[in-house]
Design a protein around this ligand. Structure first.
Ligand code: C2E
Ligand code: MG
Ligand code: MG
Ligand code: MG
Length: 281
């Protein structure tokens, strides 16, 4: 890096920032030259209803095992693909794959997919998403789309339009990573939202800081008043789970129940969960 600094790189670009930029373009170039359909897979993480003791949905999460780079972390390849716009193509591939898996699941089981700002900013991308769902034969009411607050608020009107089209099809909408950005409660009733996912950063502080539980309780109560479903994300321990029971949290996603699993493990997970959850409960 010393060499590059001597070439007169602007001081405001830190070495770390430069390295990051280079990485993203490497990742992006590699993505472009790869057989995405072959190298991408999906893992599924359960969302558990802790009142009824059963899994109600699975979040579909992307995994990339690159022939050239090896396994690349999702936050890295998603960000690279978002910057270049390749994300809309990746969303399509993942959605098609996940819908095929869903065809083998129990009929009431739902799945959620992450959409990025790019996906909801493009009318074509949204039309393709609807098309893929409709042609799959999967009931759209079993499908949920997750969008982060930040993506939602980048262009509010466009987000509204995109989300409305997904809703018209019958899908549900969730706000992902709620509370991690500049939350503005004002938008909640102006968007066609069905569900909120409380960000893991709250859960991390849960056992240490008593006030965090109060904040979570406030969000849960708010959701109840607005008739929104509420999931707490990133719950790792029994201690966290017990705290959350106290404030009437109902839906939980996190390592305490399961890490994201390959599609082939979903059936086995569901077959044995009755036993597991009654032991835990
Ligand atoms: P996310 O949508 O908020 O997904 C939840 C992330 O938290 C996942 O990370 C999951 O593995 C992780 N997680 C779940 N429970 C726990 C827990 O108890 N403890 C800890 N430490 N982590 C937990 P993952 O799979 O690495 O994905 C990271 C992010 O990448 C996702 O955050 C999402 O924003 C993005 N992403 C993943 N797949 C896709 C995709 O197909 N499309 C888009 N647009 N974004 C995706
Ligand atoms: Mg998500
Ligand atoms: Mg999240
Ligand atoms: Mg996230």
């Amino acid at each position: 890096y010393a060499k590059q600094n001597m070439r007169g790189a602007p001081v405001i670009f830190t070495e770390r920032h430069e390295a990051e930029m280079r990485d993203f373009s490497l990742v992006d170039q590699t993505l472009r030259g790869s057989d995405l359909d072959a190298e991408f897979s999906i893992v599924f993480q359960p969302q558990v209803d802790i009142v009824e003791n059963r899994t109600v949905s699975f979040e579909a999460l992307a995994r990339w095992d690159s022939a050239r780079l090896g396994v690349v972390r999702p936050d890295i390849f998603i960000k690279a693909a978002e910057r270049s716009g390749l994300i809309t193509q990746i969303t399509q591939i993942l959605l098609s794959k996940a819908l095929k898996h869903m065809a083998e699941w129990p009929e009431e089981m739902r799945a959620s997919f992450n959409l990025s700002a790019r996906d909801i900013r493009s009318a074509t991308a949204i039309a393709n998403i609807c098309d893929t769902v409709e042609r799959s034969g999967i009931d759209p009411r079993r499908i949920e789309f997750e969008i982060t607050e930040t993506a939602m608020l980048t262009d509010f009107d466009q987000a509204c339009e995109a989300l409305s089209r997904l809703k018209v099809m019958g899908a549900r909408i969730a706000i992902d990573d709620f509370g991690s950005g500049y939350s503005s409660l004002g938008y909640l009733h102006r968007l066609p939202v069905d569900k909120i996912k409380i960000d893991r950063s709250f859960v991390v502080q849960l056992v240490k800081h008593g006030t965090t539980l109060k904040i979570i309780k406030t969000i849960i109560d708010l959701c109840r008043n607005l008739h929104l479903e509420c999931v707490v994300e990133g719950v790792e321990t029994e201690a966290e789970l017990n705290n959350l029971r106290q404030v009437r949290a109902r839906y939980i996603q996190g390592y305490v129940f399961s890490k994201p699993m390959p599609a082939g493990e979903v059936a086995g997970f569901l077959a044995t969960e009755g036993e597991r959850l009654s032991l835990a409960g």
